[in-house]
Design a protein around this ligand. Structure first.
Ligand code: BG6
Length: 463
């Protein structure tokens, strides 16, 4: 990230600013961009939510909400940042609230003596999306000022919809109200540095690309494992479960980056189209094969978490054996595995290369997405001595070993940065969302056939 992202004053409007996501990710990312001088010199943040606050109480709340560690920033930096913040209390489905919001934005623009850029971020449950899209459009708030400056953009979080049908309906609505270049569908995994490195690694090193196919790859294992449980998000999580929370989006995006065809160019449209194409080739799960391909689990005690229904059947863990129906990957299993309250927190992708002579001695290429971001390769060397025995060793690259690479920007900083400069590469297109839902909906339609395994918190192995 070099240089300020835009010279035009910009207002960030955060719907649901009092929620978990705003406090944990968005506001800290904005503060970091501010400290790194990546925000325009004139900017404002307007929080929009239902809770009553006066400006002062709101500022006190924001400081606590961001959970700043002592010594993390200089005090005056935090104070100046918070000085840019305003609060608008409103009801997400009342037209009058949008009129008040419009007035608030106009007052800020008057202070800037210019029509500013407006970036709307929806940090609210997806069930409210449709109504908010409509109100935003009706109120005229998303009409750009005209010319090159004063754009308006909308950032939406996942899960985008609840199944194929709802996602299509939402997308249709969004398409009626906004141009596709105004819409930024967030999958913050795409903005993780180590994930972006997958394409760089694949296409800058001629060593692997010839082997990147069914002839040489035995299987791919994509894991997003977490030590934490639902952490106070019980009510939200219980309504969606692990598959929609991280499977439909983060996991399938990781699969897309591993499996996509080499793009003919590096622009956003080409890359998004290649990701969508491979997702579209996922072989649907059927009622016949689901029992042998899918495992779902729930951690012990989950049903006692705040906001979770007593007789909940929601999964906190899943493992799916997926296949891609195209010439490159036919019959190669892609295992997708994710869960909460497990032994470790780690996201990584293992690619196992075939060894026809000795199955035990495969080479494995691992992309470690987090923590300890890096890449490693397992290979075999001769054990010193009089025999030809071999043993496994690792070739490793870790970001943290290299001073110039060790400071990785948080994914939300990258998300906001790219939304400000208008680069949609790391955001999901409507085709990608539709293809991902198509696959996940095929799993969900027979989901309840698979028994729910109750696993111990902190376990290494669910099954
Ligand atoms: C979010 C999910 O999208 O991703 C959370 O809603 C999950 O349940 C989180 O914990 C994982 O993201 P990260 O960046 O912490 O790995």
């Amino acid at each position: 990230m070099n240089g300020v992202t835009t010279a035009t004053p910009t207002i960030f409007i955060i719907f649901g600013i009092t929620g978990d996501l705003a406090g944990r990710k968005l506001l800290p990312a904005l503060l970091n961009l501010y400290v790194k001088k990546q925000l325009p010199s004139k900017f404002a943040i307007v929080g929009f939510s239902r809770k009553p606050f006066n400006r002062e109480d709101f500022r006190v709340f924001v400081r606590e909400h961001m959970n700043i560690r002592p010594g993390q920033y200089r005090e005056e930096e935090v104070k100046h940042f918070i000085d840019h913040m305003y609060y608008e209390q409103g009801n997400f489905d009342a037209s009058s609230s949008y009129a008040q919001l419009a007035q608030r934005l106009k007052n800020i623009d008057d202070g800037f003596h210019q029509c500013s850029n407006k970036l709307f971020h929806l940090s609210i449950p997806p069930s409210l999306y449709e109504s908010i899209f409509q109100h935003l459009s009706n109120s005229g708030l998303t009409i750009p000022c005209g010319g090159d400056e004063g754009w308006t953009r909308i950032l939406v979080e996942k899960p985008f919809g609840n199944d194929s049908e709802m996602a299509k309906k939402l997308d249709k609505k969004l398409g009626e109200l906004f141009d596709e270049n105004q819409v930024f569908r967030i999958d913050h995994y795409l903005a993780k540095e180590a994930l972006q490195n997958i394409l760089a690694f694949r296409f800058s090193n001629s060593l692997f690309e010839p082997l990147w196919n069914r002839k040489y790859v035995d299987k791919v294992h994509i894991k997003l494992l977490e030590k934490i449980g639902v952490e106070g998000r019980g009510a939200f999580y219980d309504g969606i479960g692990a598959l929609k929370d991280v499977g439909q989006n983060h996991m399938l995006q990781m699969l897309a980056l591993i499996a996509m065809e080499p793009p003919a160019a590096t622009d956003a449209a080409t890359i998004r189209s290649e990701r969508a194409k491979v997702l579209n080739r996922l072989q649907p799960i059927t009622s016949k094969n689901i029992a042998s391909r899918v495992v779902r689990g729930q951690y012990e005690g989950y049903k006692f978490e705040g906001g979770v229904k007593e007789y909940t059947q929601t999964e906190t863990y899943f493992r799916i054996e997926s296949y891609i129906n195209n010439p490159r990957w036919k019959n190669v299993p892609f295992y997708l595995e994710s869960g909460k309250s497990l032994a470790d927190t780690k996201t990584e992708i293992d690619i196992y290369f075939k060894n026809e002579k000795n199955e035990e001695r495969q080479n494995v290429l691992t992309f470690r997405i987090q923590p300890d971001e890096g890449i490693k390769i397992r290979f075999w060397v001769k054990t010193p001595g009089f025999t030809m025995d071999v043993e496994p060793k690792l070739l490793k690259f870790k970001y943290s070993d290299s001073a110039s690479l060790s400071v990785l920007p948080d994914a939300y900083e990258k998300v906001l940065h790219d939304a400000i400069i208008g680069d949609q590469t790391l955001f999901t297109s409507t085709e990608e969302v539709a293809s991902a839902w198509k696959y996940v909906t095929s799993v969900l339609s027979s989901w309840n056939v698979v028994p729910l395994t109750i696993y111990r918190k902190g376990t290494q192995d669910v099954l």
